[in-house]
Design a protein around this ligand. Structure first.
Ligand code: NAI
Length: 729
């Protein structure tokens, strides 16, 4: 056994167990960790010389949570319920032994304790937290489709009562030290240097190592039984709200509710057993596996820059340029300045450039107002942004991102001016949402320094950046662009060049299908509701209005010009053209799109039925749902087959973080694996017969995978047929 625990028994009988995983930045809960904890807890309980136990960590965080490698291995080799239960239950029982072993345990939280780490802390009899900014406690398991399975639901319930425990568990809230103190989840918050002494002092005060719920007559705060009217109301309301919020696509919130409902009626040990069974049930559901893989494992790999070419020295960007101070440019300038980077924000005239800086000012002022920042910090961030029209100010910038109008001529003009001002070695990037990068580079002298950095709106909130490698983009430019994304704290996915790259084209497949159904006479409300029920945050007609029907129309004209003689417009194009050209409906911006907008809100425009009369036989809800979902699955499979994507992980992370693909499905590739290739083929072929042979034609790659029993992930994972740099498409 590799021992992660350093043991120090003082003369006063206080045993300090310091968790210090060798050769690691943080302590993670792998087999060695769990075996070590069990060994030391059992030894401490059996040793008469030990009067109390102090648990702490030698790292900057307490325990970082589950071990990624273990998680990934268990995804590749799913286990059955009995095996999972046999593996999980003993850990919960071990924490219960800490609680009931008869000796006081104190936990000194020097940094973040989330998930399993916080469950260990909750089992202790006393928790003190260091007053440090990075400290967070909480049980975020719901975010990856799970629940805390080692007592978290039952201890929170018994400490806080249903009304206060439920929101924390259902939202997976992470609390700072002071908030945790106010909630009663930690007993003290002290300066970091006093942490250990505070915990020791508590242990030396002869505390009673019995939890409230192990004493006779204990009542759960706020109500003991779901039959009490106030508690019954709470469960009724929460059940309905959870159903409405998740549309029953996510099993974890429902299971958390059940854990509390059932657990509060049982003694602790029985309740812990129930919790473990729900935990196992969620583990067996593909939702948890897919969410863990995409939102935790693959996102983690992307954040660690898995595609960064080796051998290129890391670049810390200290000064960058942003061309175009509109919606995207202003957001970009703000996030770069907040990351400590100096920004030159350029627009056509000084007023437009200043307007971009004003955007940053108003956002920062709001943070100060809400107490999330200080005036001093705001001033320092704003001082980093210089709004200007003079390209000479770009001198010394290591990277420039262009965010001017989506127009090749305008972009070519600003590229030329930026290139003239930049030193060799600087990266020139475009934030275009769809124009192929290789073509945009054609007017440049240094095509190898050019790359796509596709940010999403609003830049301050959206975590994803789609990095597009052009045919000529060098390893250096790619590495340094990825360094910039990491500096901003965003998650990069890498794709090869192609019209619409991955994300724009992928969301386009969804919108195209939704809009096409309007022309077929499918009730618009059915389309919008079906999308919401699949789990898309917004329906395809509402998104079209938000983006702007006029912009979609212009984009279609551009694609027609680019596409050459073989180009066929998407099925949505005639609908959009009709609305824009004949009816002047441009979307939300002019209050008229698929919806009418006024002060009271928005309603689907009744005139749609006059242009496209309602079909007598409406398709079933399931069919409408399947049409939108499968349109995207087929498109994602094509992106893989065509080498637009290098890795299924990029597609899944990009889809969930960038363009609202339902996270519970884990992305299109995880969803296809869950369906299995044979079912994917069967359903797509059915849709090809019923609706459109072209839109639902799966690439040969999927048929090959079905024949050879391959999947996108796991033991029989496909090796992506990704294009090499410069290879013909
Ligand atoms: P916008 O219209 O809000 O801003 C464009 C800015 O560029 C304006 O301030 C304009 O004055 C400036 N500009 C135009 N010509 C210029 C020139 N010759 N020199 C300097 N500045 C010039 O547009 P938005 O939405 O910020 O989009 C910018 C780019 O980002 C486009 O390529 C767009 O496709 C892309 N994009 C937009 C997203 C969105 O949600 N709006 C999302 C992702 C990418």
């Amino acid at each position: 056994m590799i021992d992660y625990f350093k043991r120090a028994l003082a003369a006063d009988g206080i045993l300090t167990l310091t968790i210090d995983q060798p050769d690691a930045q943080a302590n993670v809960m792998d087999r060695h960790f769990i075996d070590g904890l069990e060994h030391h807890v059992n030894a401490a309980l059996a040793d008469d010389a030990v009067k109390g136990v102090l648990l702490t960590s030698a790292k900057s965080s307490f325990v970082a949570g589950a071990d990624l490698k273990t998680l990934e291995a268990s995804l590749a080799e799913p286990k059955d319920a009995a095996t999972l239960y046999a593996e999980c239950r003993p850990f919960s029982a071990l924490l219960r032994r800490i609680e009931t072993g008869g000796k006081p345990f104190a936990c000194a939280l020097n940094g973040a304790a989330l998930g399993g780490g916080f469950e260990i802390a909750l089992a202790c009899h006393y928790r003190c937290a260091a007053d440090v900014r990075s400290l967070r406690v909480g049980l975020p398991e719901v975010g990856v489709g799970l629940l805390p399975g080692a007592g978290g639901t039952q201890r929170l319930l018994r400490m806080l009562g249903v009304a206060r425990a439920l929101p924390l568990l259902l939202q997976g809230s992470q609390l700072k030290a002071q908030a945790a103190l106010e909630m009663g989840l930690v007993d003290a918050v002290v300066p970091a240097e006093d942490l250990l002494e505070t915990a020791r002092a508590w242990l030396l005060g002869s505390p009673d190592p019995t939890k409230a719920w192990d004493r006779k007559g204990f009542r759960v705060p706020g109500g003991q039984s779901p039959l009490e009217p106030a508690i019954a109301q709470l469960f009724l309301g929460s059940n309905a709200a959870t159903g409405a919020g998740t549309l029953y696509n996510l099993p974890a919130p429902q299971a958390i509710l059940s854990c509390l409902y059932e657990g509060m009626q049982l003694p602790m040990d029985k309740a812990l057993d129930i919790e473990c069974k729900y935990f196992v049930k969620l583990n067996l559901d593909p939702v948890a596996g897919n969410m863990i893989r995409t939102l935790f494992i693959n996102k983690g790999k992307a954040d660690r820059l898995m595609h960064r070419p080796q051998g290129v020295e890391r670049r810390v960007h200290r000064k960058v340029g942003v061309l175009g101070a509109g919606l995207m440019g202003a957001g970009l300038a703000l996030v770069a300045a907040e990351a400590g980077v100096d920004v030159v924000l350029i627009d056509r005239d000084q007023a437009a450039a200043d307007k971009g800086k004003d955007y940053a000012r108003s956002r920062l002022a709001r943070d100060v107002e809400k107490g999330r920042s200080t005036q001093e910090k705001m001033d320092a961030t704003l001082a980093r942004i210089v709004s200007a029209t003079d390209y000479a100010l770009l001198d010394g910038a290591s990277l420039v991102v262009e965010a001017v109008f989506e127009d090749r001529a305008v972009k070519a003009e600003v590229f030329a001016r930026a290139e003239a001002a930049l030193a060799p070695g600087a990266v020139l990037a475009s934030n275009t949402s769809a124009l192929p990068i290789t073509g945009l580079a054609s007017t440049l002298a240094r095509k190898d320094a050019f790359i796509g950095l596709h940010f999403f709106s609003p830049v301050e909130r959206m975590p994803l950046v789609e990095v597009i490698r052009g045919d000529d983009t060098s390893d250096e430019a790619l590495a340094h662009a990825l360094d910039f994304v990491a500096q901003l704290g965003k998650t990069p996915v890498l794709v090869n060049d192609s019209p619409g790259f991955f994300t724009s084209r992928f969301i386009g497949a969804f919108i195209n299908e939704g809009v096409a159904m309007v022309a077929e006479g499918v009730a618009p409300a059915l389309i919008e509701q079906a999308a919401r029920l699949v789990g898309y945050p917004v329906g395809p007609l509402a998104i079209s209005d938000e983006v702007g029907l006029d912009l979609a129309y212009k984009g279609a004209l551009q694609r027609a010009r680019d596409g050459g003689p073989g180009y066929k417009p998407g099925a949505s194009v005639p609908v959009i053209s009709e609305l824009v050209v004949r009816h002047g409906r441009h979307g939300r911006k002019n209050g008229q799109g698929f919806y009418d907008y006024d002060a009271a809100g928005k309603r689907l425009w009744p005139g749609l039925a006059d242009i496209w009369p309602r079909a007598e036989n409406q398709p079933s809800l399931e069919e409408v749902k399947a049409r939108m979902l499968y349109a995207q699955l087929v498109d994602a499979a094509r992106c893989m087959a065509d080498g637009v994507l290098l890795d299924a992980a990029d597609g899944d992370v990009g889809a969930c973080l960038g363009v609202g693909f339902p996270a519970y499905l884990g992305g299109p590739f995880a969803a296809m694996d869950t369906l299995g290739m044979p079912r994917l083929i069967e359903r797509s072929e059915q849709l090809a017969r019923d609706v459109s042979a072209e839109r639902y034609a799966l690439p040969e790659l999927v048929y090959q995978m079905a024949r050879s029993g391959q999947s996108f992930y796991g033991k029989r994972a496909l090796t992506p047929p990704a294009r090499r740099k410069g290879e013909a498409r």
